[in-house]
Design a protein around this ligand. Structure first.
Ligand SMILES: *Cc1c(COP(=O)(O)O)cnc(C)c1O
Length: 466
């Protein structure tokens, strides 16, 4: 399988090179040249497979023999052995034909573990084979950092540096990162905000000359293709559990950077009968405005109670646009260049029509979201986290057919976001799962750094292992 850039100007890469590349040199994102297609008979034959067996079926065509089958199976087995629930992605019913897909059973309690546990193992495997060492650098406002650290803590060939805004992530989120004490893990608390962190990472990817000879930076944000790929699996898993491919299914996804829901779109393109994909956003609603009113324009960032969806632009939407514009790299290049210059992007009529065939969208502010947590708790005694609550309500508000099962993706465990849960009237901080119960007693390690690029890069240089 070859991987091509959404902007059509960058070198075509193999699977392994694409996951090491991050952004393409033309500013685009890597996507597979063709999508694997599964027939209804083949999908039907997967009913009853374990999550790990299914993951192999879905991902193998993307890897296309670059990793031997037995090795890929072992990578998958190792990845999901750290999950607390034997079903890996269990389903819970919350209303008639409405289900919650619990994607928070991994080590850091958010769906990002599905992709980042896999990416960590995959990088370790590929780098060992190539006898190569890399440096991971990433910025986080919460969930990505801990999931990436957890995924890479045992990788001998990776040094990982994660920047978070000093005093601006929740204590649970900080401790999930800073209590990992392996000597290849470095947490930097930057005296600045999340944008400052992100800008520093961007600048460092742009000019990597500060790194020791022979090292390169690798991205772990959702522009990395391996993350999207690993997320396709749970759409098939939930679909099969609810009667696909004999029956269609629908999904609702709390959306920020559009990585998670894009995987659902790919599942439908690969043969899973998906009737509807619901985009739920918080007040940072660029995607809701785009789908509902063709208004994809930059607005100010709003800090919400669902912080993992606080974005101004959804980076993976470019991959969607690439398909909506019939994979015309030149058209995407122009669209994105204009967007950068003007802060505005209008979809063509045909692109918007195509998008609306599958996608609906809905936006909730904090007050509405809190009411949803309270309402679902009252009716089912099921406690939603704030992100999941947005997806549940977006599904209830825009659902097209009651007779088709609606799967709401639960992207985080409520214990990660006690503030929102308390506001909903829940009488206590939701307890952390057993394996993390002592999180607040664990030793922490992190470096507080001034908001200065040269200082951060010097810190990295001093700590990258020989
Ligand atoms: C990252 C995240 C999201 C948003 O996912 P995208 O792939 O960026 O759209 C939603 N909920 C939680 C809890 C997250 O951590």
């Amino acid at each position: 399988m070859k991987y091509i850039s959404t902007r059509g100007q960058a070198p075509v890469l193999s699977f392994e090179d694409a996951i090491l590349a991050g952004l393409a040199t033309d500013g685009g994102l890597y996507v597979p040249e063709t999508l694997p297609q599964f027939s209804q008979e083949e999908i039907a034959s997967w009913a009853g497979l374990s999550y790990q067996e299914l993951a192999f079926k879905v991902m193998a065509p993307f890897v296309d023999g670059e990793i031997p089958d037995d090795d890929l199976r072992e990578l998958i087995a190792n990845t999901y052995s750290t999950f607390r629930h034997d079903a890996i992605a269990p389903l819970v019913q919350t209303a008639h034909n409405e289900f919650i897909l619990e994607l928070f059973q991994g080590p850091t309690l958010a769906f990002k573990d599905f992709a980042l546990q896999f990416l960590g193992n995959l990088l370790d495997y590929v780098l060992k084979k190539r006898d190569q060492r890399v440096v991971i650098m990433g910025a986080t406002s919460g969930d990505t950092g801990s999931a990436a650290i957890e995924g890479c803590r045992h990788s001998d060939n990776v040094d990982i540096f994660i920047l978070h805004p000093h005093n601006r992530v929740s204590e649970v989120q900080r401790r999930q990162m800073t209590t990992v004490l392996e000597n290849n893990v470095f947490n930097i608390a930057l005296k600045g905000n999340f944008d400052d962190c992100q800008n520093m990472v961007k600048a460092s990817f742009g000019d990597q000359s500060f790194l020791p000879e022979g090292r390169q930076l690798v991205a772990v944000n959702s522009i990395n293709w391996a993350r999207i790929m690993a997320q396709i699996v749970y759409y098939f898993y939930a679909g099969l559990a609810l009667g696909a491919p004999h029956r269609p299914v629908a999904f609702s996804v709390p959306t920020g950077n559009f990585g998670d829901i894009f995987a659902g779109y790919l599942a439908s393109r690969m043969g899973l009968p998906v009737d509807q994909l619901v985009i739920g956003t918080n007040a940072n609603d660029i995607l809701h405005r785009c789908i509902s009113a063709n208004d994809h324009s930059l607005h100010q960032l709003v800090h919400s109670l669902s912080p993992s969806m606080d974005i101004m632009v959804s980076s993976n939407f470019e991959r969607m646009l690439f398909d909506l514009y019939d994979r015309d790299g030149a058209a995407i290049n122009k669209l994105m260049t204009d967007f950068k210059a003007t802060g505005n992007l209008k979809l063509s009529d045909s692109a918007l029509t195509k998008a609306r065939e599958l996608f609906t969208s809905y936006r909730l502010d904090d007050d509405e979201m809190v009411r949803v947590i309270a309402d679902v708790w009252e009716h089912t005694e099921y406690l939603l986290d704030p992100h999941t609550a947005i997806g549940v309500e977006a599904a209830r508000k825009t659902r097209r057919r009651q007779d088709i099962p609606m799967v709401c993706l639960a992207t985080a465990h409520p214990a990660k976001f006690p503030e929102a849960v308390r506001k909903a009237g829940y009488p206590q901080d939701p307890p952390l799962p057993h394996h993390m119960a002592d999180l607040f007693e664990r030793e922490e390690r992190y470096a507080v750094q001034d908001n200065e690029l040269s200082a951060v890069q010097q810190f990295m240089k001093d700590n990258i292992r020989q």
